[in-house]
Write a protein that binds this ligand. Structure first.
Ligand code: C2E
Ligand code: MG
Ligand code: MG
Length: 563
């Protein structure tokens, strides 16, 4: 190779190695210009590079093909290289010459081959970098992932800007129902539209990432918080561009944490330790938003303490059953009783409201409920053995049990172990709101009925009453919540119609009806007028220890209260 050409070759080679070794200052135009010079020097007519995501794409020729040089005379293929790294991505490079040009000498070919290998490995590295970026910061559905989130936070920490931000973790409400009703395809589309909406709303003021499923996490400037909380309370999503009628309303539950002096942030990971418990709390409380703040912190300590003490309390048998009579208001007889839990701890009687909501946050409540059922069965057995006439006793069962697949067997197992005839037991369950729970509830209540165990809807009317719930589940008893029974003051202003309505529905469906929270004679009269003949409430008796309760079992202890 003549000297001049040698010189030119070294010059081009230097430029190429310069660009490829300094990817930070890489200029595509300069790179292509050097390659063109190189092709001119060595009579290369055409250069072609192809990328395939995997071997199969290569086989069927489905790749990304780039031709940066082509003078229209690429007749003969002179070089063919294939790079297949372990990532599965495949890169193929080819060079062509014109049939009219003089073929490359051995020395020329060696040089062309060397340069081409450098160029290809540079391009392959760039490609891999892009792929790596994609893998690292996006999930399989192409949503930014938690790593992208952490990187954003790390950057704000570096700039000491974290105090300007609030983190919010959200879970879409009833998204599984959307998937069920509209199909997965539309479900995915809705999710994408919703995500895009969040991204657009955030703009340059934060980041949103998907944690998986219908869970997302945001890190946004403080001033955006209210706007977003409003958005989470419900927004309309149109999922068919051709049909404006096709839309749904999407809302989300949120756990919120504002970075502050009181709750600083040292590492991005700490965000999740705050927003997860907060959203958990929102769920447990049945509210849309919960904040991780001082109040949350102290509540958390309290919860922790109750949980620890619960374990000790169970071991030391500190939980006892109190009985509140259910009274037939036509005879004054005790026709039933509800077993209510009392915790005797440190010489104090702790009321259920102080611990039941906490035990309901996890499955601790199930342990307590089974314990109560055992206590009640043991008491009934004792009373039956003493020859007392025992009425049916009801036991409260938390909704947390519903997902337990062998719930029925366990209930029946306990009752049978104490050798108590099934008709002495009634199970009180509260209403449900979700479809899944509804199916489970239906299954449990039917199972109880088949086993000859009564079941009642507790607190009916307090919350999400649904007549469907009552109609399609074979309940035996409807317990009308205290809040529906008019107080004496309300009586006079005629707030009785709702109560009357509910009682009449129960009667029409042939379900026995009990009024809870009866406190006055006037209320007893209202019950009688509406033909709801069983009452439970302080007017007759407060929940009492078993020793007191047994004294009421014979006779008509409340006869003077009903006349
Ligand atoms: P609940 O099942 O609706 O029980 C009725 C509650 O109303 C009892 O409160 C009872 O003392 C109260 N009550 C009855 N009559 C009157 C009245 O005339 N006026 C007023 N103001 N209140 C009346 P308690 O014993 O504090 O229990 C509260 C709740 O705790 C129960 O509501 C039940 O949901 C839950 N609970 C109690 N024991 C257990 C248990 O063993 N397991 C489960 N899962 N929950 C329980
Ligand atoms: Mg109850
Ligand atoms: Mg109740």
């Amino acid at each position: 190779m003549e000297w001049e050409k040698q010189q030119k070759y070294y010059e081009i080679m230097e430029k190429i190695t310069d660009t490829t070794c300094n990817p930070d200052y890489f200029s595509r135009d300069e790179f292509i210009a050097s390659l063109n010079e190189f092709c001119d020097l060595f009579r290369i007519a055409k250069g072609e590079t192809a990328f395939y995501l995997n071997a199969h794409s290569e086989q069927i020729g489905q790749g990304e093909i780039m031709i940066d040089r082509d003078n229209g005379h690429g007749d003969i293929e002179i070089l063919h290289r294939r790079i297949a790294p372990k990532t599965g991505v495949i890169m193929v490079g080819k060079l062509y010459m014109s049939k009219d040009d003089e073929p490359l000498t051995e020395e020329e070919f060696a040089k062309v081959d060397l340069v081409y290998r450098i160029v290809m490995s540079f391009i392959a590295r760039n490609r891999l970098q892009k792929k790596l970026y994609q893998f690292a910061f996006f999930d399989e559905d192409n949503y930014p992932n938690r790593r992208a989130f952490n990187r954003y936070i790390a950057e704000s920490l570096m700039k000491n800007e974290q105090y300007n931000y609030t983190a919010i973790c959200i879970n879409l409400r009833h998204f599984s129902l959307i998937n069920q009703d509209l199909g997965r395809f539309i479900g995915d589309k809705v999710l994408r539209i919703y995500f895009k909406l969040l991204e657009d709303e955030i703009g340059e003021n934060g980041i949103v990432c998907r944690l998986g499923g219908d869970n997302f996490v945001l890190f946004i400037k403080n001033e955006l918080t209210d706007r977003f909380l409003n958005l989470f309370s419900g927004v309309q999503i149109n999922y068919d561009d051709n049909d404006p009628e096709k839309h749904i309303s999407l809302s989300a539950r949120a756990g919120v944490f504002k970075v502050s002096e009181k709750f600083p942030l040292d590492t991005p990971g700490q965000i999740m330790d705050k927003v997860f418990p907060a959203i958990q709390m929102a769920k447990q409380r049945g509210v849309n938003v919960a904040y991780y703040d001082e109040e949350f912190d102290s509540a958390k300590d309290h919860i922790q303490k109750v949980r620890q003490r619960f374990v000790e309390g169970m071991e030391k048998s500190e939980f006892r059953a109190f009985y509140q009579p259910k009274v037939d208001i036509t005879t004054g007889k005790v026709v039933g009783a509800e077993a209510l839990c009392r915790w005797f701890r440190d010489d104090r009687m702790v009321m259920p409201m102080e611990f039941i909501p906490i035990l309901e946050m996890n499955k601790d409540i199930c342990r307590l409920d089974f314990h109560m059922l055992k206590v009640v069965c043991s008491d009934i057995r004792e009373w039956l053995d003493e020859g007392l006439s025992v009425p049916r006793i009801s036991v409260n069962l938390s909704r947390k049990h519903l997902s337990d697949t062998d719930l029925l067997d366990r209930i029946i197992g306990i009752i049978d172990k104490y050798n108590v005839p099934h008709e002495y037991i009634e199970i009180e369950l509260t209403e449900t709101t979700t479809d899944v729970e509804f199916k489970e509830l239906s299954y449990v209540v039917s199972g109880l009925r088949n086993a000859g165990i009564h079941s009642s809807v507790d607190d009916f009317g307090n919350g999400f009453s649904s007549l469907n719930l009552i109609r399609s589940v074979p309940w035996d008893v409807l317990k009308i919540d205290r809040s529906l029974l008019p107080t004496d003051d309300e009586h006079s202003i005629g707030v009785t119609s709702l109560y009357e309505h509910v009682v009449s529905i129960a009667r029409d469906m042939g379900i026995q009806c009990i009024s809870e929270g009866v406190e006055t004679k006037k209320q007893v009269d209202l019950l009688r007028k509406n033909n709801c003949l069983i009452a439970q409430g302080f007017y007759f008796a407060k929940p009492m220890p078993k020793e007191e309760f047994v004294k009421l079992l014979d006779g008509t202890p409340f006869i003077n209260k009903i006349n």
